[in-house]
Design a binder for this molecule. Structure first.
Ligand code: PEP
Ligand code: MN
Length: 372
């Protein structure tokens, strides 16, 4: 059960103290307080954990400071979408809104190669009105002999250039706690010219200790990729780990599932689950067409499979697209064969726009039908 308190309730208020004292006296019930500091108001939610079945919603509503009461199902308590649940399904970071109603494209390098490639990519993004990108510094690789990413050494260069080209958010995978500190330090050192969305890759979806560490910080939002060989429920619980530790600014990423049933794509494209995740949770949903498809193959209509599946995901209501581009794919250190070309960026963005408009028309059509 969640008690949503009146906005701007302070922990110093007498009413608040009374409430806390009352809750502490409830047998078999533990409480966890979550405070969300927005630009205009402070929202406090108190999670009641334990045998809440015996509690009546009306009784809880009568308590001091309590504005609303939500009875949550056992699953995904914080990130889940519960009945009569007024909590928002969006957050803001660096002035960019991430919600179940928005769409942000994160085009960029799978892995940072050199400053020239980074600059070429960022300049193209700025020239095409983009404020987000992806740049990998820490790359988990199948072979221990493969390039592992430039790590902390490339961070100041990437952050400085991002600032130069007005990029506000960089999606960047981390695989270890030390990477979080290295990113914080590099941002500090460069005067925070940009922001970072920490990415948990599919190989780490159930790295619970990493999830707890990333969940405990609230400086950076998190993109959690679905685990490629586990159930959707297991991946959604992994996202809930982040939230249960305190960070609920989480985007859930679909990136294809590992099975040969999807051949010849690198992974079986799972973007049919975009609306499913939006129904089960309040998280914005990201699609990663590059790591799903894994090649530059095109169908007889001339359209690349990467672009077809992007359109399919956006048409289904996706909120973020994470996609590999590269100024010189033949010289990319990771995943060159699946990268789109810089000259394809405006074409790609226009194609995404077509799919987005079609999605919005579909929503309007549904509303008209429901009203009739
Ligand atoms: C990536 O986005 O660079 C990546 C490695 O993705 P995933 O974890 O989905 O394989
Ligand atoms: Mn990759």
């Amino acid at each position: 059960m969640i008690l949503i308190l009146e906005s701007n309730t302070s922990q110093q208020d007498e009413d608040y103290k009374q409430l806390v004292t009352f809750l502490a006296g409830l047998e078999g019930i533990q409480t966890r307080v979550h405070i969300e500091r927005g630009t205009e108001q402070v929202l406090t939610e108190i999670y009641l954990i334990g045998n809440t079945k015996m509690l009546e919603v009306e009784d809880m509503l009568a308590l001091p400071c309590v504005e609303r009461v939500v009875r949550v199902s056992e699953e995904y308590r914080i990130l889940g979408r519960h009945k009569d649940d007024p909590r928002p399904s969006h957050f803001e970071y660096k002035g960019v809104r991430f919600g179940q109603d928005t769409l942000n494209v994160f085009a960029g390098l799978c892995a940072v190669s050199n400053a020239q490639h980074v600059e070429g990519m960022l300049k193209a993004l700025r020239d095409n009105g983009q404020v987000c990108t992806r740049m990998g510094a820490y790359k988990p690789r199948t072979s221990p002999y493969a390039f592992q990413g430039h790590g902390k050494n490339c961070l100041p260069m990437v952050f400085d250039l991002a600032g130069k080209y007005g990029i506000k958010v960089i999606a960047m995978e981390i695989t270890h706690e030390s990477h979080l500190h290295e990113i914080q330090e590099a941002l500090h050192q460069t005067g925070s010219p940009t922001g970072v969305m920490l990415q948990i890759g599919t190989r780490n979806t159930q790295n619970f200790e990493l999830l707890k560490i990333v969940g405990r910080q609230q400086e950076f939002p998190v993109l959690l990729k679905r685990g490629f060989g586990i159930t959707l429920d297991e991946s959604l619980n992994a996202a809930e780990y982040l939230a249960s530790e305190g960070n609920r600014n989480v985007v859930f990423g679909l990136r294809g599932m590992k099975t040969n049933m999807g051949d010849p794509h690198r992974n079986f494209v799972d973007f049919a689950h975009v609306p499913v995740v939006k129904r089960l949770t309040r998280m914005p949903v990201c699609i990663d067409p590059s790591h799903s498809v894994g090649s530059r193959q095109a169908s007889p209509d001339g359209i690349l499979d990467v672009m077809h599946v992007t359109a399919q995901g956006v048409l289904a209501g996706a909120n973020m697209v994470l996609v590999d581009f590269h100024p010189e794919p033949s010289r990319a250190l990771v995943d060159g064969p699946q990268a789109l070309l810089i000259k394809e960026l405006p074409y790609f963005l226009e194609d995404v726009q077509i799919a987005r408009e079609a999605y919005l028309k579909r929503v309007a059509l549904q509303e008209k039908f429901a009203a009739s």
